[in-house]
Design a protein. Structure first.
Length: 435
């Protein structure tokens, strides 16, 4: 809906030339907001622009959907072996290797110039190097004849690589009890989380709309500030995980009680440093690559200072214990199918409150978005080459060096602090009649 222009998102921009806030009362027949064109009625302020953040690509010279688009494709290899140690005890091993070959995503230069639907990493996706349609100052569609950035590197294919090996010890389900213990060592790396974007910087904690994540919305997102391709541990990468599960059945006095226990012990997920670059705050360039956290502070003059890099930084280990109890009572000695059942399930029995998500934006507002002279009518005048061929991100944040003359940005006071926590203890009780 958003990619094809069915979402309505217009921002009206004004100069705040008055201190009388009562004159700023935008009104529309459909409610407060910005109209399709021009200023909003009811606002007595100097109008600057009306920006359509969901513009639709309608010109046949610049199709919105890639001709000959290929389907999502991946391949995998799985190998395993099982060994029955005894008649009731077995050990299993599985190795999985999964690779993404291609995907379908929405792609853009900036949010307000419209989105393209196609295969990332193809010529269609290489928007900085090919002619595209943009509106010029007169509000008409203009076909660019000059590339946005001939000096920029090529577009990057989606990368998602998973390798994992699991060992599982299982006690076969019997009359009295069952148990299973497993350990998995894995790696999940790339630049594309998948149909669901799990990057905590996208959409305030991840984006669930399939084929509609942030990954390829801005060309800078597939490159790091050092000029290398983004390819690191993805947001759900947990190299070491242990899972324990079991239940015990205790029959007594014609009744029976079931006790179940599960235990999760997971290594934490990566914490990175997001530099919002061009277009949107969620259009991240990872300052030192995925999973590496830059220690930052401000000096007396307000400049952002780099105090080192914590490599492979992760959230705390995730520990959760769940308990379940089920008690069955026969209510008819002539019909064993009739039972009165009482159940209790307690999630997170120990009420663990580990931080599972951290605020990773280096700056709370504004963007690293260097400017250059216009090259054609309607040119957004973004110096893409400066942020895609390797640059000093500390200079970019402070508006110094090669970024002299650009805005000096402010360090977020929440940077590096936890913002999402493990769900607290939950208890569910149930009573049911089974027949």
């Amino acid at each position: 809906r958003g990619s094809f222009g069915s979402d309505y998102w217009h921002d009206c921009v004004y100069a705040l030339d008055t201190l009388d806030y009562t004159t700023l009362t935008p009104s529309l027949t459909t409610g407060a907001g910005c109209p399709a064109t021009g200023p909003a009625a009811g606002v007595n302020a100097r109008f600057i622009e009306n920006v359509d953040f969901r513009a639709t690509k309608e010109d046949p010279r610049d199709p919105a959907v890639q001709p000959g688009m290929k389907p999502v494709k991946s391949h995998e290899y799985v190998a395993g072996a099982d060994w029955a140690i005894t008649t009731n005890l077995s050990i299993e091993m599985r190795y999985s290797s999964k690779r993404l070959d291609q995907t379908i995503e929405d792609m853009a230069i900036t949010d307000n110039l419209g989105f393209y639907i196609g295969n990332p990493g193809t010529q269609f996706n290489d928007i900085l190097h090919r002619p595209v349609i943009i509106p010029n100052a007169a509000g008409t569609n203009y076909l660019t004849t000059v590339p946005f950035c001939a000096e920029c590197p090529a577009s990057v294919k989606p990368i998602r690589k998973y390798d994992g090996i699991e060992f599982r010890l299982t006690r076969r389900a019997g009359y009295r009890w069952y148990g299973s213990a497993s350990y998995t060592y894995s790696k999940l790396r790339g630049n594309y989380a998948g149909l669901t974007n799990t990057d905590p910087t996208d959409g305030g904690g991840g984006r669930h709309a399939p084929n509609n994540g942030r990954a390829f919305d801005i060309p800078t997102m597939t490159y790091l500030p050092n000029g290398k391709i983004d390819n690191g541990p993805l947001a759900t990468d947990r190299p070491n995980t242990v899972k324990l599960y079991g239940y015990l059945r205790a029959p007594w006095l014609g009744q029976q009680t079931w006790l179940g226990l599960s235990q999760a012990i997971y290594q934490g997920t990566p914490i990175s440093s997001c530099l919002p670059v061009v277009g949107s705050s969620s259009a991240c360039q990872w300052a030192e690559g995925r999973g590496n956290f830059v220690e930052l502070s401000r000096d007396a003059s307000g400049n952002i200072v780099k105090n080192g890099v914590t490599m492979n930084k992760r959230t705390p280990a995730y520990l959760q214990t769940d308990l379940s109890v089920r008690h069955e009572i026969k209510v008819n000695s002539n019909n064993e199918n009739l039972h009165l059942v009482f159940e209790g399930t307690v999630s997170n029995v120990l009420n663990q409150r580990s931080a599972v998500g951290y605020y990773q934006f280096v700056i709370p507002t504004n963007l690293i978005s260097p400017t250059r002279a216009s090259r054609f009518s309607g040119d957004p005048q973004v110096d893409w080459g400066k942020v895609m061929n390797g640059y000093d991100y500390i200079a970019a944040l402070n508006g110094t060096g090669a970024f002299a003359g650009e805005s000096k940005l402010t360090l977020a006071n929440r940077y590096g602090m936890p913002q999402i926590f493990q769900t607290a203890r939950q208890i569910r009780l149930a009573m049911r009649f089974v027949f």
